[in-house]
Design a protein around this ligand. Structure first.
Ligand code: 5GP
Ligand code: ZN
Length: 114
């Protein structure tokens, strides 16, 4: 399958990994939008939020548990951070393998701007 995040999971494309367990991998975004910008992804290829099924409940829980752990490890848990999922075209999704952006390390601007 021609999916860059599947290749990152397999290790055929290099990444700066910060976390890995049975269900998820997390690594630094190649184009950081904040001092801390980490992507947390399921090892399973799930294209978008719309494709998450009831059977994926454990995987989704693992993504959020990883976010909590990584935020603490990165030293941003107390000051705070933002978790974002972009879904499909209007959401600005570019890579079609489910991922959550973990952003922090500075005071982030308002989420919604027109
Ligand atoms: P999306 O817009 O789909 O929510 O976000 C995709 C993110 O993946 C972008 O922030 C982009 O910088 C990041 N990205 C794309 N290709 C790569 C890659 O090969 N390696 C890493 N580490 N990040 C990538
Ligand atoms: Zn994939």
């Amino acid at each position: 399958m021609d999916c860059i995040f599947c290749k990152i999971v397999e290790g055929t494309i290099p990444s700066k990994k910060v976390f890995e367990n049975e269900y998820v991998v997390a690594f630094h975004d190649i184009q950081p939008a904040a001092p801390v910008h980490i992507l947390i992804i399921p090892k399973k290829h799930i294209p978008t939020m719309n494709d998450v099924s009831d059977e994926d409940a454990a995987v989704i829980a693992e993504i959020f548990k990883a976010a909590r752990t990584i935020a603490k490890e990165q030293g941003i848990a107390e000051n705070g951070y933002r978790l974002i999922n972009n879904c499909n075209a209007d959401g600005g999704q570019v890579v079609y393998h489910l991922h959550i952006h973990l952003l922090g390390g500075e005071k982030l601007g308002p989420l919604l701007s027109k």
